[in-house]
Ligand binder design. Structure first.
Ligand code: HEC
Ligand code: HEC
Length: 297
């Protein structure tokens, strides 16, 4: 039950950008020719506004509002309480892709030397109910574990699920790909901001933890993405490639620390890719697709 929901919720994380867009008010004079009704507030958004937002104002806003590139993570955004919803929905590590087991909003616990308190059980129940409502409303669906062996995946999600199974901690260690964690930027090492998954990039000092988290559908797309084997013919199936496009784009994005995408780490990532692809082609991958049990918090 839980694992099905878990996968479903993660599916959503990948589709959330589109859903968020549909909640935005339409600009006046929407003449794109479609017959979409004007968007209305979803049940999830209403629950958030009524039940969750006041809790955030009281317990969290003092430290977590501001421009998104500030520290600590400004997951409540810059737009006052009415802006919380859009900001929270946009931060995958905070919602956990609407899987309570992965949602840092729910699981963070007491921190900042006791200045930030843990949620009471009653408050947790409210947040869980909200997350599950969002997952339900967003129609998230699980991805079936891919077939074993070297079968060609038929969808991009299946390709990434297969890839997740093929990832090995031995290759992770020997390729040195984990060194993305201490890669430098003009505002500190990646892990100084990404050690709890900010932005959907999980970069931790703990090699094993970083490996495990990067196998989740929520986090795997920082390093990998799936693409049709033949652009002209999607029925030919999908393959995984290194997500260099994302890593290069982020290196120069305004509002994000700048870094050199051509350091050693890109080479390590490509090495890890080759080792994983070799496992896939040899048919020696583990089974089961993405991890299904939320990690210990
Ligand atoms: C007094 C200031 C303060 C308050 C209040 C506060 N936090 Fe934090 N929070 C921090 C600091 C500092 C960090 C960074 C260090 C850490 O991760 O423990 C942080 C980190 C976090 C993170 C991890 C962000 C990341 O880097 O990925 C989450 C999630 C979080 N807080 C949630 C909450 C929630 C939920 C509340 C309300 C119940 C809350 N915080 C209240 C100061 C605060
Ligand atoms: C000062 C904090 C900070 C540092 C240091 C930092 N980042 Fe980020 N990064 C963020 C925040 C906040 C986000 C989410 C908001 C955003 O996308 O700008 C993010 C988002 C990302 C994303 C997700 C982009 C997406 O659209 O999915 C990637 C990839 C990324 N960072 C890579 C890196 C790399 C690589 C480094 C180290 C070389 C690094 N970051 C260093 C704060 C930081």
């Amino acid at each position: 039950m839980r694992s099905t929901h878990f996968l479903a919720a993660l599916a959503m994380a990948l589709g959330s950008a589109a859903c968020v867009g549909s909640l935005d008010p339409m600009p006046p004079g929407d003449d794109d020719g479609d017959d979409d009704p004007e968007p209305t507030e979803s049940l999830g958004q209403a629950m958030f506004t009524t039940d969750v937002a006041p809790m955030l104002t009281t317990a969290c806003a003092a430290c977590h509002t501001g421009p998104i590139d500030g520290i600590p993570l400004k997951f409540l955004g810059n737009g006052g309480a009415t802006g919380y919803y859009a900001a929270v929905i946009a931060e995958p590590s905070v919602t956990g892709g609407f899987e309570p087991g992965l949602a840092n909003l729910l699981n963070k616990g007491e921190h900042d030397g006791g200045n930030a308190r843990a949620w009471t059980q009653g408050e947790k129940d409210i947040i869980i109910e909200w997350l599950l409502t969002e997952a339900e409303e967003r129609g998230v669906v699980p991805v079936d574990p891919p077939p074993t062996g070297t079968t060609t995946p038929t969808t991009s999600r299946e390709a990434l699920a297969q890839w997740s199974s093929c990832m090995s901690i031995d290759d992770w260690s020997s390729s040195l790909v984990y060194q993305w964690a201490d890669k430098g930027s003009d505002r500190g090492q990646c892990m100084s901001c990404h050690n709890q998954g900010a932005g959907g990039f999980y970069a931790s000092d703990d090699q094993n933890q970083m490996f495990e988290m990067n196998r989740y559908e929520l986090y795997i797309t920082t390093f990998f993405t799936a693409t049709p084997i033949n652009i002209a013919d999607p029925t030919a199936g999908y393959k995984v490639v290194v997500n260099e496009a994302k890593l290069r784009a982020k290196a120069n994005t305004v509002g994000h620390p700048a870094y050199n995408p051509d350091g050693n780490q890109m080479g390590y990532l490509n090495d890890f890719y080759e080792l994983t692809e070799a496992r896939r082609l040899a048919g020696t991958c583990a089974t089961g697709g993405f991890p299904t049990v939320p990690p210990a918090q």
